[in-house]
Design a protein around this ligand. Structure first.
Ligand SMILES: Cc1cc2nc3c(=O)[nH]c(=O)nc-3n(C[C@H](O)[C@H](O)[C@H](O)COP(=O)(O)OP(=O)(O)OC[C@H]3O[C@@H](n4cnc5c(N)ncnc54)[C@H](O)[C@@H]3O)c2cc1C
Length: 472
């Protein structure tokens, strides 16, 4: 940083800046409160109390500190941590909500790319950014901040199918741009995967409900128990007065294992069915020995849930090494601490069934060299072994439920089985129908789905604004 002549303006060289923030303590801006309000000068922008500009004019990622640029929502991490440090909790939450309408949800389950990027981590340990967000969201829970000041309505209505993180974030972005928003949700409760399958020991239901309540105070309406394609057609949505539609339907079909039995067998389950059913523990008996196949979040959640349902031995079978598992490290460690065993470098070969009930799994070891080479894991010859089990849970991925394509006006699906969109305008093959979230990208994370929802909402804003101009 250099000080500019008589004005003493700090000048940040963004190529050299390591965002260590030492300059803040030395900077005259810190002692001149008005400078914090400057959004169009470098010193204002560099100061951590900076309030972000509206979504449409947000700064390019390379101009942000690494925690902010690595976050798919580009949240002003330093700004809200500073406010929390000053015990200005309501203001901190307001600043978070300016770019993240689901702070409680993210405070519990976000994979926090901001922490991996935190410059402090180079010195000792990254700041506990997610925990701070969780703290401030929980602290202010009984003290709802006043609803955001919304612009005057522009008389345009957008219908969003799906109330997961992508749909909710798209709804927020559209509402702050003056659109009327209606969300149609097939499930009895809003919230998508986080409400339906992320276990309550990781995400207390009230946290997500609070975020959703805040969105409802902005005038966003959510109709639950309405399945697009079954209870309502696209033609009916247009007839209801919608000017655009966003499909944010997620990936609600579990990828089957190669060894999946042709018909339902007691003791063989897919992870989404298992996690959804586990919310009604009285109707599920998982048995004493459980094997979960997979290495992602869904596998870890299934294993930890099985323990809570009374299983005594839960084993995760994963084809690569434990350090290669896509699940979050902290979740893997928690599962191990709770007693989940890991059998890595092995794949399932055959489901063992007796009297129409799963009794075990025949498996095979995987060659370490094939894992290290990064290609498809290769089985070791003559390495078959058997694990006994009362239940085998498949948790090897999720995909789009292709039912969405079988509409009167079908939606195009990519070879990877995602909803097709034109990247330039984020529309599907059906004019005026956009798509967002996991349905488009494949399984991702809450914060990535939210960022995708926002991107699509901004595409809708631009589409409808251009339409308005051309009709003038
Ligand atoms: C077990 C598990 C654990 C996870 N843990 C984490 C985690 O810890 N951290 C993290 O960041 N991410 C996690 N994820 C991933 C995260 O939940 C998803 O990436 C995210 O929810 C995707 O958001 P979305 O809005 O695109 O879709 P979804 O959240 O799937 O929402 C789609 C919504 O659309 C609805 N819908 C579908 N079809 C229709 C229809 N025809 N009509 C009306 N509504 C419809 C669905 O009911 C659903 O509510 C996890 C995923 C799973 C499966």
């Amino acid at each position: 940083m250099a000080i500019e002549g008589r004005t003493h303006k700090p000048v940040v060289d963004h190529h050299l800046c390591g965002t260590c923030t030492i300059c803040y303590d030395a900077c005259p801006a810190a002692v001149v409160p008005e400078i914090r309000q400057e959004t169009d000068t470098l010193r204002g922008r560099a100061y951590r109390g900076y309030t972000p500009a509206p979504a449409s004019s947000r700064q390019p990622a390379q101009r942000m500190p690494s925690c902010q640029s690595r976050c798919p929502l580009h949240q002003d991490v330093r700004g809200y941590i500073e406010l929390i440090g000053q015990r200005r909790y309501q203001e901190a939450l307001r600043l978070i909500r300016a770019s993240n309408p689901l702070p409680s949800l993210c405070g519990y389950v976000c994979p926090h790319p901001c922490e991996s990027a935190c410059t402090r981590g180079r010195l000792d340990e990254a700041l506990a950014i997610r925990a701070l967000k969780q703290f401030v969201a929980t602290h202010c829970q009984n003290d709802l901040p006043a609803p955001l000041q919304l612009p005057e309505s522009n008389d345009k209505k957008v219908v969003i199918v799906g109330s997961g993180p992508a749909g909710l974030c798209a709804a927020h972005e559209l509402a702050i741009n003056g659109f009327a928003v209606e969300i149609l949700e097939a499930a009895p409760h809003p919230g998508g995967m986080p409400a339906q399958v992320i276990p309550s020991f990781r995400l207390p239901p009230r946290a997500l409900q609070h975020d959703i309540r805040m969105l409802e105070t902005m005038g966003i309406t959510i109709k639950t128990g309405v399945c697009f394609g079954r209870d309502i057609t696209l033609a009916e949505i247009w007839q209801s007065g919608a000017d655009a539609v966003i499909l944010a339907v997620g990936t609600h079909k579990s990828t089957p294992l190669d060894i999946e039995p042709p018909k339902t067998i007691p003791g063989y389950l897919d992870c989404l069915t298992f996690l959804k059913t586990s919310r009604q523990p009285d109707i599920i008996d998982i048995g004493k020995k459980v094997i979960v196949v997979g290495g992602g979040n869904a596998a870890i959640d299934s294993a930890r849930t099985a323990l809570r349902l009374g299983a005594e031995k839960v084993t995760i079978l994963y084809r690569r090494r434990r350090e290669d598992m896509p699940a979050a490290d902290e979740e893997i460690e928690l599962a191990a601490a709770e007693g989940v065993s890991f059998h890595c470098q092995a794949i399932p070969r055959q489901l063992l069934i007796k009297n129409n009930q799963v009794v075990g799994l025949e498996c095979q070891e995987i060659e370490l060299s094939s894992i290290l080479a990064g290609g498809t894991p290769q089985p070791v010859a003559d390495s078959a072994f058997t694990l006994t089990a009362d239940a085998v849970i498949a948790a090897v991925g999720q995909q789009l439920d292709a039912g969405i394509a079988n509409q009167h006006q079908p939606f195009a699906i990519t070879p990877d089985r995602h909803l097709f969109i034109d990247e330039k305008n984020r529309q599907t093959n059906v004019p005026g129908v956009f798509a967002a979230g996991d349905a488009v990208t494949g399984p991702s994370s809450v914060v990535e789905a939210m960022a995708d929802g926002r991107k699509t909402a901004l595409a809708v804003v631009s589409f409808l604004s251009n339409q308005k101009k051309s009709s003038l």
